[in-house]
Design a protein around this ligand. Structure first.
Ligand code: FES
Ligand SMILES: [Fe+2]
Length: 461
């Protein structure tokens, strides 16, 4: 049975209808320090969180750390086929076991056998067991293995990402991720490798940052230059805990590949090439060099007046062939499935996957301390590579005005702090997300309210 068959039409129909009426909700979720503090126990210590890529810890002993508010998690490959996660704290007197290098986003490295605490030298093996305690006899047999080993939490993998959950009674990762997991599996995200990734600290709540990318309604207002390539009507669907967004396929484009789409206008050969070059140069997301080069050849390879569906097919077929010739095999995904999966998934609560058959664009955000007006934000772009030619893209810190962001993402960034300030304005009566195009935003708050016990969306007054 194909994984997608697990998703019944009923599930999709039921969840897709949710939140089709207008709603509003309280701004406390964005601006209240009490709410931000409550998130630690009610949200972050309960949900599955994406903490890194499987390929970042390829060998036994490779580890990385992930910090969320006060909790630091140590993720270790303990066997060729096993990844475990521990609280990153020494059982003796609570020193953080693995330090984050100054200025770095996290720690990432390799310990062949042991983690040694820098304070009194207690040692732990990769399986979290405390294997050496200086003067252990002084405790008179109180120090059992159970009491001294590192505290372990749940860890699992999906889509090439490592996920952790601090809640011992949480549902399994796969169940938590549905229906996103089954709808995304055919895109084989686990085979992609990172082309670039950057992080930043924004002056806004983590929800403001995630929501800025969770809908397409902002495109004409924030990125007006994209409207010349076509006015695509975007949708958003509530999918249980998660949401997805996409564009209605233009009529007649049976080969619709959602994110890999044609430019509009009289000559789609030219507008597609223009849109691809613009995207490559100004955002460096949502496409690959192979796609750009194949788009640039369209004017030479196809006669003027070629209908749009033929242009799309030719472009994608030739790019697929070019990649295959260098050993990069795109998965084949049925256009109907592509249409249903859309262009991006908002994985509750703080991860977005913008997927395509050969590349992906992902966003994540989490609080930066308990200041509700600040967050850590990260962007990572993935694509398929020939085996052995995958780059090792490290996390780079880049300020809002860093030219390496290109020109499009800073347009989104420019809204962040301004939205946060607007939320605090005593005259603001609460958000009014578009019930069709921004349902993903309303759905985030519907699900947040279930965890937080407050802030459920309601009809706007
Ligand atoms: S706190 Fe770690 S050895 Fe003392
Ligand atoms: Fe945007």
């Amino acid at each position: 049975m194909s994984t997608t068959a697990k998703i019944t039409n009923e599930t999709v129909a039921r969840t897709a209808e949710d939140l089709s009426e207008a709603v509003s909700y309280d701004v406390g979720a964005y601006i209240s320090e009490d709410y931000a503090r409550a998130e630690r126990d009610k949200l972050w210590r309960k949900v599955w969180q994406q903490v890194g890529r499987v390929e970042e810890i390829p060998e036994v002993g490779n580890y990385l750390t992930y910090d969320i508010l006060e909790d630091s998690i140590l993720v270790v490959r303990t066997a060729p086929d096993k990844i475990r996660a521990y609280y990153n704290v020494c059982s003796h007197r609570g020193r953080r076991l693995v330090d984050t290098p100054k200025g770095a986003k996290r720690a990432c490295g390799k310990q062949n056998h042991l983690f040694v605490c820098g304070f009194h030298g207690w040692r732990y093996n990769l399986d979290g067991q405390c294997t050496h305690i200086p003067n252990k006899d002084d405790w008179k047999a109180v120090l059992t293995d159970e009491r001294t080993r590192l505290g372990e939490i749940k860890a699992d993998t999906w889509g090439g990402w490592i996920w952790i959950n601090m809640e011992p009674h949480s549902e399994p990762l796969r169940d938590y991720l549905e229906p996103a997991a089954s709808l995304l599996d055919p895109f084989e995200l686990q085979n992609m490798r990172c082309r670039w990734r950057k992080w930043i600290i924004f002056d806004c709540n983590w929800k403001v940052a995630m929501e800025a990318f969770a809908e397409t309604y902002h495109v004409p207002g924030t990125h007006p230059e994209f409207t010349k390539f076509g006015d695509f009507r975007g949708w958003a669907r509530a999918q249980g805990k998660h949401s997805n967004i996409g564009y209605d396929a233009p009529k007649g484009l049976d080969e619709n590949q959602a994110k890999l789409r044609l430019g509009s206008g009289a000559d789609p050969r030219k507008s597609t090439a223009e849109m691809q070059v613009y995207t490559w140069e100004h955002v460096n997301t949502n496409t690959t060099k192979t796609l750009v080069d194949a788009a640039l050849r369209l004017v030479d390879e196809l006669p003027e007046g070629t209908p749009a569906d033929k242009v799309l097919k030719h472009w994608l077929d030739s790019a697929r062939r070019d990649d295959a010739a260098r050993g990069v095999i795109w998965p084949t995904v049925d256009p109907a499935h592509v249409g249903k999966s859309g262009t991006a998934w908002q994985i509750f609560p703080n991860f977005q996957i913008g997927h395509a058959v050969n590349n992906a664009l992902c966003y994540g955000a989490r609080p930066f301390g308990y200041d509700p007006n600040k967050c850590i934000f990260e962007v990572a772009v993935y694509q398929l590579y020939p085996k052995g030619e995958e780059p090792k893209a490290e996390w780079e810190y880049a300020q809002v005005d860093d030219p390496r962001w290109g020109s499009v993402l800073p347009q989104d960034f420019s809204n962040m702090a301004a939205v946060q300030q607007g939320m605090m304005n005593g005259g603001f009566r609460g958000p009014l997300p578009n019930p069709y195009r921004e349902r993903s935003v309303a759905n985030l708050h519907r699900n947040l309210a279930k965890y937080m016990g407050t802030g459920a969306p309601r009809p706007p007054k």
